[in-house]
Design a protein around this ligand. Structure first.
Ligand code: SF4
Length: 224
């Protein structure tokens, strides 16, 4: 199984093509401040709470660990089983794009629902793009994808749900074009991009130190 893009890299590319390039070729330059890491931890706590609502799930990350390339094959095997199936971190690949789903629920009739969990008080535009790239991949891997919901936080760590399948379907052609464009970006040189609003929107870019030239990069130190 070959993949060149992932969901997170695709989202990074929408924010900045240089950040996408760095994510693929120089990820050691990324810097995440402590408050960002704390936010990630809180997000994982909420995610664990929502996942617990789907009982008897098979967690592919526990079975396969970092062997990400193995996830799609095991996911397909699990979803081919009769009856109800719940999966955490199920993997899908299409057109060299790999995505992992927080929760996949297949009912006894073979209908598949996906749940993307975000520890946020609202459904942001970037979440719609997140779901759209996942749908682009999964709709080519799953015969009966009948629901794709964002699960977000009501403010008291209880889940709220919003259906985004129609939004994702509408975006599919645009996503396909963006995927091809990002593959071209990754075949070229590091893009030259001026710092600007995109450095903090929708996320603080982890390459801000590198782009501001404030730190000697690990690559430079290695070459020294
Ligand atoms: S800091 Fe700004 S210019 Fe540099 S990679 Fe990140 S988003 Fe792009």
């Amino acid at each position: 199984m070959i993949y060149r893009l992932t969901k997170s890299k695709f989202i990074r590319g929408l924010q900045c093509e240089k950040a996408l390039y760095l994510d693929v070729y120089k990820p050691q330059l990324a810097y995440y401040p402590p408050e960002t890491l704390a936010r990630f931890r809180r997000g994982r706590d909420f995610e664990a709470k929502v996942k617990s609502l789907f009982p008897n799930a098979i967690d592919l990350s526990q079975r396969l660990g970092h062997r990400i390339e193995k996830y799609p094959e095991l996911t397909a095997t699990m979803l081919a089983q009769p009856g109800e199936v719940n999966l955490y971190e199920a993997g899908f690949v299409y057109n060299e794009v790999l995505v992992l789903a927080d929760v996949v629920h297949k009912d006894a009739d073979g209908n598949v629902a996906i749940y993307e969990i975000k520890n946020s008080l609202s459904v942001k535009d970037v979440f719609r793009r997140d779901v759209s790239i996942q749908h682009y991949v999964m709709s080519n891997c799953i015969d009966r994808l009948t629901s794709f919901q964002i699960v977000y936080n009501d403010g008291n760590d209880e889940p709220l749900y919003e259906e985004l399948l129609p939004t994702a379907r509408e975006a599919k052609a645009l996503i396909a074009k963006q995927v091809e464009h990002f593959k071209e970006v990754l075949q070229g040189m590091e893009p030259s991009v001026e710092r600007g609003e995109q450095c903090s929107t929708p996320y603080e870019c982890p390459y801000a130190r590198y782009c501001s030239g404030k730190v000697a990069t690990q690559l430079e130190l290695a070459e020294f």
